[in-house]
Design a protein around this ligand. Structure first.
Ligand SMILES: Cc1cc2nc3c(=O)[nH]c(=O)nc-3n(C[C@H](O)[C@H](O)[C@H](O)COP(=O)(O)OP(=O)(O)OC[C@H]3O[C@@H](n4cnc5c(N)ncnc54)[C@H](O)[C@@H]3O)c2cc1C
Length: 416
């Protein structure tokens, strides 16, 4: 084994672990070192805002891979170690404590961290962000004693936390600065449905409200003061106001960075043999009508598929991911699954009754199914992913007609 050819991965979560696993699957035989600054063995994040808060999932069910996986695949896991800097020319990573790990490849899979709230008294006790298992355990402990909670930010994580806290009997107010919930992730029809679903299940939703400051007593949060002067009283606050990519090491090393590390479809950055994958990578997307050139997708699917693509580069059989982006969220009794990237300009067609909480919304772009959102219809979601990948064409009337079998009707491929 040639140490100079080894793979050094910074960030031991979805992207980092998947890269190590896929590299071995594809026959990469050199040394693999996986460095992560958290002390827990790599774990699943989605349950942190779902089952772990409600108690349906316990922390011992979260391991991303069993302990034998790392040993069997000869992956050297260095936990609780932080990479301080990268020398991109030497392919050398300097760790806290001064140790230097050199490789033939360096992969940056450093993910993202929570955006902080910059208003007066934002650092009171009882104010939480959620990214890690430790964060989730702190929120769960606070929720057990709380009567009223404010969730600041009506994105996926904020809404999942709101529904979990409500399920625990906590009174919850969601405060969103934009005119509608999930403005970044969903088109207006779906935002309106999610908004209604939360209100019906006992959440107070305040859209288009700025947060002016947090109020506290004896160092603990007691309320959120809004731009209009109203104070929403609470004994805990959870922030869900987005994330910022952990791209500082890359920027300091001189890599091209713009709201994430710029990477092509196999994770190549501007520095030779330095890769970027997962939430930290501002990665190119497969070209398609209306599709942005690059995006940080912030999903498990994007982290896993990006890592597999990067592994293909390591073994000299470059294969960019063609996968249709997909994502899911669970709020109350609702499982919303999203496939493809819907644009505001798409024609939205509802299949089923939105009031029944079991339906799909299709998004047609130039007559082609470009994206679909399904609620409590997992089989339809799987089918929709295939239709999108195939570039299926249906008329709005066919999509809206539940008696019309989309699966059986051979889709007419995209015109070139
Ligand atoms: C509460 C929650 C719920 C979610 N739910 C869903 C969901 O339902 N569906 C879905 O698709 N996605 C979901 N996501 C998003 C998903 O978890 C992320 O897209 C995914 O974790 C990205 O993986 P990653 O490996 O790129 O980054 P991360 O998971 O962020 O991991 C990066 C790791 O690198 C470490 N690190 C950073 N800098 C350094 C350094 N200098 N040295 C060493 N280590 C470092 C970090 O501490 C971290 O452990 C959720 C995320 C959260 C937080």
């Amino acid at each position: 084994m040639d140490r100079a050819k080894s793979l050094v991965i910074v960030g031991a979560s979805y992207a980092g672990v998947q890269l190590a696993a896929a590299a071995r699957e594809l026959g990469f035989e050199e040394r693999i070192v996986l460095i992560g600054d958290e002390t827990h063995p790599p774990y699943q994040r989605p349950p942190l805002s779902k089952g772990l808060l409600t108690g349906k999932t316990t922390s011992d069910q979260l391991a991303l891979r069993g302990p034998a996986f790392y040993e069997e695949n000869r992956i050297e896991l260095m936990l609780g170690r932080r990479a301080q800097s990268l020398d991109a020319a030497a392919l050398a990573v300097r760790l806290d404590g001064g140790e230097v790990v050199e490789g033939g490849w360096v992969a940056l899979a450093t993910g993202a961290r929570c955006r902080s709230l910059s208003v007066p008294s934002h650092d009171l006790e009882g104010v939480f962000s959620l990214r890690t298992l430790d964060d989730a355990q702190r929120i769960a402990a606070a929720a057990a004693k709380a009567r009223r909670a404010c969730v600041i930010g009506g994105g996926f994580i904020g809404l999942e936390v709101a529904s979990a806290l409500r399920a625990l009997g906590v009174e919850v107010t969601v405060i969103e600065s934009q005119p509608r919930l999930l403005m970044r992730g969903l088109p207006p029809t779906m935002s309106a449905w999610v908004d209604q679903a939360h209100r019906q299940r006992g959440i107070e939703v305040l859209n288009e409200r700025a947060v002016r400051e947090l109020r506290g007593a004896q160092g603990r949060v007691t309320g959120v003061v809004l731009g209009d002067g109203r104070t929403v009283e609470c004994d805990m606050v959870v922030l869900g106001i987005g994330v910022v990519p952990n791209d500082e090491i890359a920027a300091q090393a001189g890599l091209a960075v713009d709201a994430g590390i710029l990477a092509d479809r196999v994770g190549r950055t501007s520095a030779p043999r330095v890769l970027a994958i997962g939430d930290v990578a501002h990665m190119e997307l497969p070209p398609g009508p209306g599709t942005p050139r690059r995006m940080r997708l912030e999903s498990i699917q994007a982290a896993n598929d990006g890592a597999r693509a990067a592994a293909s580069l390591l073994v000299g059989r470059e294969q960019p991911s063609q996968a249709v982006p997909w994502f899911w969220t669970e709020q109350f009794d609702l499982k919303l699954q999203m496939a493809g990237l819907a644009l505001a300009s798409d024609v939205a067609v509802v299949r089923g009754d939105m009031a029944s909480d079991r339906f799909s919304v299709f998004y047609l772009r130039d007559g082609v199914v470009a994206a679909a959102h399904s609620v409590n219809k997992p089989a339809e979601h799987m089918q929709n992913r295939k239709l999108i990948a195939q570039g299926a064409r249906f008329s709005p009337a066919q999509l809206a007609d539940e008696s019309f079998d989309l699966k059986a009707s051979a889709p007419i491929p995209k015109t070139p």
